[in-house]
Design a binder for this molecule. Structure first.
Ligand SMILES: Cc1cc2nc3c(=O)[nH]c(=O)nc-3n(C[C@H](O)[C@H](O)[C@H](O)COP(=O)(O)OP(=O)(O)OC[C@H]3O[C@@H](n4cnc5c(N)ncnc54)[C@H](O)[C@@H]3O)c2cc1C
Length: 331
């Protein structure tokens, strides 16, 4: 495979030239073990990547994650922060963890749980710049977003993680709250519950800035049509209805904490989230989750963990059962 530099691929990474195309091709042959079989662009900064490993996918539980790796020699997307890769790291891979998402529906519109497909779907947001000047430039996503169908990548062999459904009884309720791509593991969990005949209420809530940041709307709507126990609730925080107080449908910024405490979430989901009967899962932005390590000061803006504790839930990284809140922080 050549180092291709056409289209939106990089033009300005001077360090890329330190590895010539032949060396890059040899490293790809040696280190990559999977192929991008499909890329679904949601918007320029958000995409679903379908990746097929060369060997069969090991068994895993919905909600788990795996690391994806790309060489530091790979080009970076134009319009992303530049990165100076030290020469000794140039031939190495950078790896990042990604929750395994799910296509949710097959070609015919029927439920497609993760264990029914022979590829891994990832739901990834492009990080263009480091969140603060003290942090390193984002390493993986500016390279990942250069890839197209047929390109190669590394998928680490071990699929892992404790953010899984555990023992959810059929009649119990499941509430999943995600920000942005934090919806990914929930998509896998939802389809698994539905495929297993779960009868209790399953509520998947996603908070995004804009409507265009919702990648699975069609799939969720179809699942709600087919499974009355399933409820998908998307909320935005940066649309005119959130920001313009003169807008006829003005609702203000819709943060999950407020939606929960005000009872709006329960009313939209048409169910009460009673701790004795409800399993809660939180995934994505650490500020939404709001984990406070033992002994640390409380947060200025409490996250969902605080809000849920006040409502009678208990947080846990591994304890399972109704009343427990499980969480996965993306950074
Ligand atoms: C268990 C686990 C599962 C993850 N699953 C996903 C996933 O399914 N999809 C996904 O897009 N990311 C996921 N991430 C984050 C992912 O591992 C990378 O950190 C992210 O893709 C950015 O990689 P990077 O090298 O480009 O930048 P990094 O140097 O890794 O991150 C730079 C900064 O980008 C921001 N950032 C990181 N991830 C996100 C995100 N998802 N949305 C918005 N801002 C972010 C943070 O401010 C972070 O400090 C997961 C992380 C963990 C720990």
């Amino acid at each position: 495979m050549d180092v291709r530099l056409e289209g939106n691929r990089l033009t300005d990474n001077t360090h890329r030239d330190e590895l010539d195309a032949k060396d890059a091709a040899a490293l790809r042959d040696k280190l990559y073990n999977a192929t991008i079989i499909e890329r679904i662009d949601v918007n320029p900064d958000l995409a679903r990547f379908r990746v097929k490993p060369d060997i069969p996918i090991p068994e895993f539980e919905p909600g788990q994650y795996v690391a994806l790796g790309l060489g530091n020699w790979e080009p970076r997307l134009e319009g992303t922060q530049q990165e100076k890769v030290p020469e000794k790291r140039l031939s190495k891979l950078t790896r990042r963890a990604y929750s395994i998402s799910c296509p949710m529906l097959d070609q015919t519109g029927k439920l497609a749980p993760v264990n029914s497909i022979d590829y891994l779907e990832f739901y990834v947001t492009l990080v263009r710049h480091a969140s603060s000047p003290n942090n390193n430039p984002p390493a993986l996503t500016p390279r990942l977003f250069c890839l197209r169908e047929g390109d190669r990548i590394e998928v680490q062999k071990k699929i892992t993680g404790h953010y899984t459904l555990g023992d959810v009884k059929s009649e119990e309720s499941v509430l999943m709250l995600g920000t942005g791509t934090g919806e990914a593991p929930h998509n896998a969990m939802v389809t698994s519950l539905l495929a297993g005949g779960h009868q209790g209420r399953i509520v998947s809530v996603t908070s995004v800035r804009h409507q265009k940041d919702l990648a699975y709307t069609r799939e969720h709507q179809e699942l709600m049509r087919q499974f009355p126990q399933y409820c998908y609730l998307p909320y935005t925080t940066r649309e005119p209805i959130n920001l313009d107080s003169h807008h006829p449908q003005y609702v203000g910024k819709q943060y999950l904490q407020e939606l929960f405490t005000s009872g709006k979430l329960a009313s939209a989901a048409n169910t009460d989230f009673i701790p004795e009967k409800t399993h809660v899962f939180l995934c994505g932005n650490p500020a939404m989750i709001g984990y406070v390590p033992p002994g640390a000061e409380p947060l200025e803006s409490p996250g969902m963990l605080t809000v849920l504790k006040e409502a009678g839930f208990r947080d846990s990284t591994d304890a399972q059962g109704p009343g427990f809140v499980r969480f996965e922080k993306y950074w």
